[in-house]
Design a binder for this molecule. Sequence first.
Ligand code: TXA
Ligand code: MG
Length: 314
Amino acid sequence: MKRVDPVQARNLLLSGEVVAIPTETVYGLGGWIYSEEGLKKIFSTKERPFFDPLIVHIDSIEKARMLTSEWTSIHDVLARHCWPGPLTLIAKKNDKVSSLITSGLDSVGLRCPNHELTLNLLSTIDGGVAAPSANKFGKTSPTSSAHVEQEFRDAVAILDGGSSQIGIESTVVGVKDGQVEIFRPGFYTAKMLKEILSQNGIEASVVYAESPVAPGQLKHHYMPKIPLVIVPENFVWESHQSEIENKLAGSFSRPVIWKQPLTPDLASRELYQKMREFDKEGFDIILAERSGHHFSEEWLGIWNRLEKAKSLAL
Ligand code: TXA
Ligand code: MG
């Protein structure tokens, strides 16, 4: 596997290659926004359909403003407070942004990632780097360079920045008529964003939206290799085995009960790593236990991923 340093990564990106880049959320599969070849390679490498728009990674608010035609005070307050960090802001794009990135939408998703290596790299690049998560479309997102390597073998050069500290993808946020809509839940919850805006004199509603323009919201996503079933607390396999086998049209003999760690921070950090481990450890079905406290807002990002990764919920 090709491990590269930030200078080599820059040269590859500018010459129209893709490079896997570390971020605090998950690894991204980067292409330079001004290289049509690089952008197309992102889609072909991931086997990602063109209708799914990409997030552009930048290292400053100034660069975000350079790529957009409307940067509201809501964008500005959230960027100043949350960047670098796990928040993607959607804003009206200008003509510097290729429609390949936005799938033809008139808006672009922008994010300044909180990772030193990638920030260094981005500071040497004109415009920004478009990067979806560095996994095949619909599969589990990578939180280490080893995960990227398992997915793409020698096809992709990697800027190795260790393990991702947040562990699930950024909160994706749009602004419409002065209100904030969350298209994908993540580390930043509606409550946190509302609070940040309020502290800066902006009283806006912040709501969760299920949106067809955020294909990360497709029903199946993040799927592990073995079926994942969401089960209630104190679940007994033997009492439900035949029901589950019927519903999934398979037979399973090595179930694993998956209990989440105590805090959402710990849970998100290890979520995708765990999803990849279970099948390697010889289990053939994952029973993800959902407890009462998991229904609170700060667990939403985690359970959103588990809901998309599941084959069944009891
Ligand atoms: O944490 C992250 O956001 C990671 C790292 C690499 O930065 N990236 C990531 O990218 O998760 P991806 O492509 O897997 O997910 C991008 C999400 C998708 O749900 C996409 O539909 C949404 O952002 N998105 C991007 N641009 C959009 C736009 N203009 N309007 C609505 N949704 C948009
Ligand atoms: Mg993804």
